[in-house]
Design a protein around this ligand. Sequence first.
Ligand SMILES: Cc1ncc(COP(=O)(O)O)c(C=O)c1O
Length: 418
Amino acid sequence: MARSSLEDMPVLPLAESFALTAAYNADSFPDKVNLGQGVYRDENSRPWVLPSVRSAEERLHKQNLNHEYLPITGHSPFNQKARQLIFGRELANHQNIRTIQTVAGTGANHLAALFCARYVRPKNVFISDPSWDNHYSIWETAGPDITQKLYPYYDAVARSFNFEGTMAELEDSAEENDIVVLHPCAHNPTGHDPTHDQWRKIAEIVGRKRLFVVFDSAYQGFASGDPDADAWAIRNFYSTFFGYSSPLSKNPPAGMLVCQSLSKNFGLYGERIGALHLITHPSVSAEGAYSHLIRLVRSEISCPALFGARIVDTIWSDSELRTHWEKDVKTMALRIQGVRVALKSELEKINTKGDWSHITRQIGMFSYTGLSKSQVQLLREVHHVYMLDNGRMSMSGLNGKNIGYVARAIKDVIGQAQ
Ligand SMILES: Cc1ncc(COP(=O)(O)O)c(C=O)c1O
């Protein structure tokens, strides 16, 4: 009997953050600590349903709503609110920004990559090194013919954003029409963002070389606590290249895509809510390009999911709920800033070898601790503290009860492993 090619397929490892969560769940050690997954946890290490989201759920429940299909493009009131959140109220009405609802941020990235592979047809895609690991998989799946090039985002010695390295790579290797994937705020995994001035210089190179930017916004609100401030880079690129009345660039790139996840800043992880915004030059009709996005969505998911879209729309339609949500975002951002300070001071208090100032210089959900792979493995095996092999720690897994334990565990593995 002929052997099926399926029999010969190697078993691939599970994505690291999911494998880590499964290992953590299976661990019976009472003081185990999960610093792996990029999710917010409260002071008791529990998932936090945002109070504003809870109120929206209650309102929706009372409305006795039906469960009909959405249009292919999604829930249009949600799309409008998602656009406002990213671009601000004024820009959100511009006709050269078209929005389609997606299966969370991952779906937005996937759709963006698929659209670029088919219609932008770049030679190369530039992804930061390091980045959210799924960026590499998504572009491999959706654009197997596009060469992935890494720009050196992180300076491991200075423990900061490697601005010169990033600029040099784009200057030397990027060609017109190539894609650049950029994290607009709270870079995952490093927690280091460009300054406004550095963003302007990145925009200059993007404009001069006519590169096609794909922004991936997954942590809006987590960098500064203020969602508007965290959207600065996107709004700046928009007004530089595609501004409705007077774009600053005379010969802008063909377009830009913005992937938006509402998973983290609304705490709606499992609801899979997100959006993809397509931006074209104001003098060009966006209709044709948008219709191609719609065709891709029809063949992939027909239409997106309703519940998360209703929640976001309900919150953003009501000024009281919106203010409440802004407060919730601040609560998450401030608690993470607080545990950064506490971990650093605890490590210093117990004389842990090394300089830990980067923990409070970094922003957003993560700390790129600088711990080596072997130290991370010892943390897991000896102390039941779980984080990614690259040393990325999801800060909200820390709280007043476990910071001392984690700091002592770090001190111990630094003494044992390189
Ligand atoms: C940079 C980045 N982009 C996108 C996502 C996808 O988020 P989701 O699909 O859960 O909305 C994540 C999640 O970890 C991320 O870190």
